[in-house]
Design a protein around this ligand. Sequence first.
Ligand code: NAI
Ligand code: MG
Length: 354
Amino acid sequence: STYSLAVVGGDGIGPDVTQAALAGVQAAAHRYGFTVRTTIFDLGAERFLRTGMVIDENTISELREHDAILLGAVGDPRVAPGVLEQGLIVALRVAFAQSVNIRPVRLYPGIESPVRGVTPENCDLVVIRENTEGLYTGGGSLAHAGSGNAVAIQNSISTAAATSEAVDFAFQLAQARRRRVTLCHKTNILLHAGQLWQETVDRIAERYPDVEHDYVHADAMCQHLPLDPGRFDVVVTDNLFGDIISDLGATVQGGLGLAASANFNPRGSAPSMYEPVHGSAPDIAGKGWANPAAAALSAALCLAGLGEREAALSLETAVASVLAELPAFAGPEMGSDTAGLGHRIAERVSIVDP
Ligand code: NAI
Ligand code: MG
């Protein structure tokens, strides 16, 4: 089969890590006998500075024609914060109904977690974050801005529809893993949204009698996740809590250079989008130091999303095997280069036993 992949390298280290990840994708396609056709999209800071437009309807329609989107990162010191992040990434998540954000938190062998006691054996969970609603819908107002009487209202919206998609995905995933779903919220304070989430979990749980479920408050999660990651299998949560606890998860698993994510459309009505958790890292952009592992692991999620499970596993295994050989990871002290690691990953894809 042939897949069409839209490639949005974006800004800073984005294009470099995406290029390295694509080397792994093409190696996996070659090994497992399918074809990946890529279309490069010029989106991000340069395009915005040149045209004054982040993205237009035409480009959104072109992206929609693809089977999946591989994204590097956007964000540039010359552009006001949020213009690209909100205007491109959040906009695409909503436009393509990518209601499920998948963020695996896994410590790979050879990587040292900054948290004592975290090992590859006890650190293998997945955060499922509702990706289109909550506090991220952008609605609200700021009255008397800049004055001592300023009042900001930031609306949070939760619908049974999107919440159910995230929760149902979490249960499905748990069924194929260790069969435990943990709802993470703040039901004791955020009473309305909390009730909707808890009722959604209780209702959907009835369809998955072989999957256990429990509940942990978001603040307590910040203690349990680093100190006892082994108690979690699949954690399902809302947009804001998910953003925060998955960054915490990224730290536990060894850093942003290793954290992958998928913005998944569970209905298949539009393409899903795969991206590393990290941003454009302007501090190291252009130096060739960026770790491409997070982008390559995101590309593995992409292959899984396309239904190429074996290829996905071989790419993930190849990344893990290359990581295990590195003296240290992430950042300049790694002393390795982005493209070089991409080649090593690609080479390894053709020989690893997934
Ligand atoms: P960042 O993730 O870009 O960088 C944080 C720190 O981690 C930096 O010191 C950076 O050098 C390091 N780092 C990140 N990825 C790395 C990698 N692959 N290898 C080695 N080191 C790595 O976050 P920051 O600095 O807060 O944001 C920079 C820009 O990126 C901002 O404009 C921000 O808005 C944007 N951003 C975009 C995201 C996206 O495209 N989804 C996500 C997060 C931030
Ligand atoms: Mg974040």
